[in-house]
Design a protein around this ligand. Structure first.
Ligand code: PGA
Length: 243
């Protein structure tokens, strides 16, 4: 299926468009299951959702969330964990119940079981209504690096050097960036009813071009989205500049 392209002038508009999409879903289904992402790209979206909560009475009281991934070895309250990221950037500023927010546990002693239990959880919630994704420079989605089978479920991954370098900006030094993560697999992501992929800025232009004009291949994980019936790419002018 072709990926629907939604063009935004800039990051502000991209964030507003993604916010409107989520607000519409919550309005229709107040207990919707949202798949959430970390990284820089969705931060503007979370800001807009917080504004909608504050100014437009958008309530998250019944919303359930499942995040894509977490670093291995960082306790939940570690400043660089995705648990902390989500809490600070979003969850602590809206009326969502903490018990309705879910993120894989990167400190689980049995990570295989953690992956299986995360899959059971998503199933028990009724599946993901809308999954938000960013895209890595190498085409990764979640922490599914090039070469990952499109059938993988939530699993342990070794992070590539390029991903560790890209994420080092959040850590005191590159050495502090964990080498492993637990992530929803591409198979997990593809089970979502709808997917919204966000791409902003010229640094993502190559990845967007590869996604839209390249082949479907495990060498470029985001290309798996072409096998899904309902994917929209919200991208700003800079991210679309090579198209
Ligand atoms: P970014 O990360 O939003 O920080 O660019 C996206 C990703 O690596 O998936």
């Amino acid at each position: 299926m072709a990926i629907q392209i939604i063009k935004a002038n800039d990051y502000e508009e991209l964030s507003a468009l993604a916010c409107k999409k989520i607000a519409d879903i919550i309005t229709q289904n107040p207990s919707a299951v949202l798949g959430l992402a970390t990284g820089s790209t969705p931060v503007g979206l979370y800001k807009k959702l917080i504004e909608s909560y504050q100014k437009e009475n958008l309530s998250f009281k019944e919303v359930r969330t499942v995040n894509l991934d977490e670093y291995i070895g960082l306790p939940k309250n570690h400043p660089n964990s995705y648990h902390t990221f989500m809490k600070n950037i979003f969850f602590s500023q809206i009326d969502i119940l903490e018990s309705n927010t879910h993120i894989p546990d990167g400190t689980a002693t049995d990570l295989e079981e953690e992956g299986l239990s995360y899959e059971r959880l998503i199933q028990a919630l009724g599946g993901i209504d809308l999954q938000i994704l960013g895209i890595g420079h190498n085409g990764h989605i979640g922490f599914n690096e090039p070469g990952t089978s499109f059938h993988e479920q939530t699993h342990l991954v070794e992070l590539t050097d390029s991903t560790r370098k890209a994420n080092a900006r959040f850590f005191p030094s590159l050495n502090d960036v964990p080498k492993q993560a637990i992530t929803m697999g591409i198979g997990t992501i593809l089970k979502s009813k709808e997917i919204l992929l966000l791409a902003s800025g010229s640094s993502k232009a190559d990845a967007v071009k590869q996604l839209l004009s390249g082949e479907v291949s495990i060498d470029f994980p985001a290309s798996a989205l072409k096998n899904h019936p309902s994917v929209a790419l919200v991208a700003d002018k800079e991210a679309l500049s090579l198209m």
